[in-house]
Design a protein around this ligand. Sequence first.
Ligand code: SAH
Ligand code: DHB
Ligand code: MG
Length: 224
Amino acid sequence: MTDIFSAVDSYIEGLFAKEDEALSAAVADMKAAQIPQISVSPVLGRLLFVLAKAVRARRILEIGTLGGYSAIWLGRALPEDGRMLSLEIDPRHAAIARGNLARAGLQDKVEVREGVALDILPRLIASGEPPFDFIFIDADKEPYLDYFELSLQLSKAGTMIVADNVIRHGAVIDPSRAEVPAVAGVKRLSDALATHPAVDATIIQTVGVKSHDGLVLAVVRETR
Ligand code: SAH
Ligand code: DHB
Ligand code: MG
């Protein structure tokens, strides 16, 4: 990414998204454990926090925990009696996340549940899980549209559903990369959201320390 975008990202971070001890220790732990360094950036973590506050989220669902970095930002947006559930397929990632969340004092608010998201989500729906106010989709990219449709069944009017990595350095507008499974997966979601009767949606293109990507934001309509 060009220097000016990284420099401005650092400027925004300095103003709004400085990492405290718990967040920097989480980053250090993830590096030490050599798990993928694909957490959201500080500035995007802050964006998730502000969006969760905007909908006054009391119940948050995350699909794809990794080391718990985005979960710390989102968990901090919850009120005292708020709760968050984060789904993670890899037991190593889940263990690191639980440690990082505990260090942030969020162990009683944020539950990391191990398993395959496409198994857990239908079980939550079948067991009558109450709706979530904010849902962050950030796991494997191929089933993004399935994650969204299942998320809708765990939503109510006004629920905000956000999915990460829907621009992928602009790969989504490159015909030669249309068949790459991750690219096809995120495009399928964005295409569906453009005309989906249940939501009002748009994409925010993002640049900065994590280079060029984007978040798709969808708000569930009153009538669907
Ligand atoms: N939200 C995190 C980053 C998540 S990276 C953050 O910004 O801090 C994506 C995570 O999704 C990885 O930890 C990966 O193991 C997990 N994942 C991949 N496929 C999954 C699946 N089918 N079910 C649940 N989790 C999955
Ligand atoms: C990848 C996944 C992510 O969730 C992300 O934010 C960046 C990269 C990946 O699978 O490459
Ligand atoms: Mg991501």
